[in-house]
Design a protein around this ligand. Structure first.
Ligand code: FE2
Length: 440
């Protein structure tokens, strides 16, 4: 997974590891016990996924119309898995019409996309269907529902934390302009192996971001709450200004299906337990395989030992100016048994949405063995926070200019002014205007 230009991790990261590990023997012992517990839980998770007959047994599915009547148990399941399918958020006909409009748009304009010779993933942010979909009241209501899976309670006496939490408005959804894809059948897609968005080495390096994982670092991974907002809002998720790195806080990433898609049709795959994958990811750099294996099974906890002598953070890759990752592959994260546990999202129809928590390990199926295009528009859940509102102002300016939003690389030809590019009057709903930043 390393690329030309990658360099060894700087030595200071070995110091960071040593600083983060509990200092006393009792604390270290507890940390090792927690690691063993995580490995056992990962083994059980792989069995559970392997034994499921359908991926819908693993990934929860709810109806948009039922969002307010979901049982407490089901809510807990959704939170634990970290991914949810929400059916019929918009009508089938509307979603299909958006897809047809996008297909015509990319044919008649000088669009940028990849792969260059058969574009399927488009560097377009402001087409009319995207602008309209982001302002859709049902889509925005869905993102509010998702925002509310997070909790704003705080155990911190820190006045900074308190004041940031006070500014969060989970009921006020904001837009985050992203792109769309229209994937053709038959193509191989290896651009998105298992990874996590929204911060890499920052998860350990930035004190605020790290505080989200404090329970894990203290050996209490079962107490870790991926939905605690405290810590996330002040987190610096982009310390090294990487391109394509979201600088806003998204509670969930998501997409709207514009066509049918499902297992084998080039859809999204996820690791279906966000608390567990967080625990393993965060603890993994502190352990290494023993030089001499004690038992035959290389995954056996007995074959692993605590080690903070190297600066390596498996899954994080250093270049002279920045860091990539986390990227998770079997050699670096063997206990996740990714070939088994990465679960394809169940079949969806146009108008259904898929959302995954910002820490969820996800990938895109390499193969699409169907016969039709698989099209999705990326639409995450973004609550109003101080940092997000600041981004919204800059994003609105890029909409007015018809250029890519601030988080994204510039395109050669801006899309503003093209036939079919969205304009202000395409945002017709009050909630949509607010979400775009036109009205407060
Ligand atoms: Fe991603």
């Amino acid at each position: 997974m390393s690329l030309p230009g990658d360099i060894p991790m700087p030595e200071r990261f070995a110091d960071l590891k040593r600083a983060l590990l509990p200092a006393d023997d009792e604390g270290k012992k507890k940390f090792v016990q927690a690691w063993e517990d995580v490995l056992a839980a990962l083994k059980a998770k792989a069995k559970e996924v392997e034994n499921a007959k359908e991926t819908s047994e693993i990934i929860p599915i709810v109806e948009f119309a039922d969002l307010n009547k979901i049982s407490k148990d089901e809510m807990e399941r959704i939170k634990r898995v970290g991914t949810v399918i929400i059916r019929n958020v918009v009508g089938d006909a509307q979603a299909t019409a958006w897809k047809e409009e996008l297909k015509a748009h990319v044919k008649s304009n000088p669009v940028e996309g990849i792969p260059e010779n058969d574009k399927q993933f488009f560097m377009l942010y402001w087409t009319r269907p995207q602008v309209q979909a982001r302002a859709d009241p049902n889509i925005l209501a869905t993102t509010v529902w998702l925002n509310h899976l997070y909790n704003t309670s705080s155990s911190s006496g820190d006045s900074d934390v308190q004041s940031v939490l006070k500014d969060v408005k989970l009921n006020t959804p904001l837009t985050y302009a992203d792109r769309f894809r229209i994937r053709h059948p038959g193509n191989k897609w290896d651009q998105h192996p298992p990874h996590i968005d929204g911060g890499g080495i920052e998860r350990w390096e930035d004190a605020n971001f790290r505080s989200c994982f404090a329970d894990i670092l203290e050996g209490n991974w079962r107490k870790h709450d991926p939905y605690a907002l405290e810590g996330r809002l002040n987190a610096k998720i982009s310390l090294y200004k990487r391109a394509n790195q979201a600088s806003v806080f998204r509670t969930f990433q998501g997409w709207l299906a514009l066509s049918e898609t499902g297992p084998g049709l080039g859809t999204l795959k996820v690791f279906p337990d966000v608390q567990l994958s967080n625990a393993y990811l965060i603890m993994r750099p502190f352990f290494r395989p023993k030089e001499k294996q004690v038992t035959e099974d290389p995954l056996d906890a007995e074959n692993w030992e605590l080690d903070t002598s190297t600066p390596e953070f498996p899954g994080i890759f250093a270049s002279p100016s920045s860091f990539r990752g986390p990227r998770l592959i079997p050699p670096s994260h063997p206990h996740m048994q990714l070939p088994i546990t990465m679960t394809s999202c169940p079949h969806v129809n146009p108008g259904d949405m898929v959302f995954w928590h910002c820490d969820v390990v996800h990938s895109v199926e390499v193969d699409h063995v169907g016969v039709d295009d698989s099209a999705v528009m990326y639409i995450p859940a973004v609550p109003s926070t101080k940092q997000n509102e600041e981004y919204l102002i800059r994003q609105l300016e890029s909409f007015k200019q018809g250029i890519p939003p601030p988080d994204f690389p510039r395109t050669v030809v801006p899309e503003g002014g093209w036939d079919g590019t969205g304009v202000e009057k395409d945002v017709t709903t009050e909630i949509g205007k607010r979400a775009m930043g036109f009205a407060y």
